[in-house]
Ligand binder design. Structure first.
Ligand code: SAM
Length: 286
């Protein structure tokens, strides 16, 4: 049975180990059992699954994961938390804690070793200061992952899920949606954490596409086009592309491509869907 997930137990563990929160590691620990149940339910974990948890903290979510998964690997950067985790996870024999920076771990090798290379599930209450690098590492490096269910800043979750036309829509929406379907499972207020973060949070599940939803000749070129199109939001797409330091295109070529696609010369990046960016990229690099 999980013992953590409420303020009293969390305070008792913190006191026992004389633990001081480190702001630089984005430490906001969960203290609400309903939220913990919601994360586990949204991730759809079964006894077949191997789960990678990023940033176990004092082991609150880890206990819930150990109860429902076959095996859990938890990667924690803060060495002060390692003795705490040995204590709070002592009842479980299906967990391994690694004292590492997740951005430096060879996750592909880890999945090969622990799950015979078959897709794993990632579940975490992420440190907000590195949300995007962690998610993009998992998606872009083609690590065998079937889904990523994570607590992140609400505003970032909304940007990941945004559709063309709105002000939240941008390069991050396209980068995430190229690899995965997005689903916001819950909004979570600051009082569910200790200490309270000064932003709202949300649980988002990213389910990796089995087959990519768009065909594009050169993915890396398409993402350069996307970044350039959103670099100066108040400019037209033509100006954004022509002023970019990442790609070199002339105005004539961009105007021609837009005309072929039936788009206006003064269209802005936020109007284009992923399929349209793929087409534009193919026309420009072809
Ligand atoms: N999972 C715990 C919970 O829900 O109560 C703690 C979540 S807290 C928001 C984020 C955790 O990630 C902290 O324990 C922090 O030390 C850890 N962390 C921060 N940067 C990390 C990194 N680069 N690699 C691994 N863990 C990291």
């Amino acid at each position: 049975m999980a013992t953590l997930g409420n303020p009293q137990e969390t305070i008792a563990v913190l006191k026992k180990y004389n633990f001081n929160f480190q702001k630089k590691f984005g430490q906001n620990f969960l203290i609400d059992t309903h939220v913990l149940d919601k994360i586990v339910a949204a991730a759809g974990i079964t006894k077949e699954d191997m789960v990678l948890e990023i940033g176990p903290g004092i082991g609150t979510l880890t206990q819930y994961l150990c109860e429902s998964a076959r095996e859990v690997v938890a990667v924690e950067i803060d060495r002060n938390l390692i003795p705490v985790l040995s204590d709070t996870l002592s009842a479980y024999d299906n967990v391994t804690v690694l004292n590492e920076d997740v951005l430096k771990v060879d996750l592909d090798a880890l999945v090969r070793e622990k799950n015979a290379g078959k897709p794993i599930k990632v579940v975490a209450n992420l440190p907000y200061y590195i949300t995007t690098p962690i998610i993009m590492k998992l998606l872009e490096e083609n690590i065998p992952v079937s889904s990523i269910t994570v607590m992140i800043q609400k505003e970032v979750a909304e940007r990941m899920q945004a559709e063309p036309g709105g002000k939240e829509y941008g390069a991050l929406s396209l980068a995430v949606q190229f690899y995965a379907d997005t689903y916001i499972a819950a909004n979570v207020p600051p009082n569910c954490f200790m200490p309270r973060p000064n932003v709202g949070s949300a649980v988002i599940r990213l389910t990796k596409h089995e087959k990519c939803p768009v065909k594009v000749q050169d993915t890396s070129y398409m993402f350069k086009v996307i970044r350039a199109s959103f670099a100066q939001r108040r400019k037209t797409l033509v100006n954004g592309l022509c002023n970019s330091s990442e790609i070199s295109v002339d105005k004539e070529a961009v105007l021609n491509a837009l005309e072929k696609m039936g788009l206006k010369a003064d269209v802005r990046g936020e109007k284009l869907s992923l399929v349209e960016f793929a087409k534009l990229s193919d026309l420009l690099c072809g």
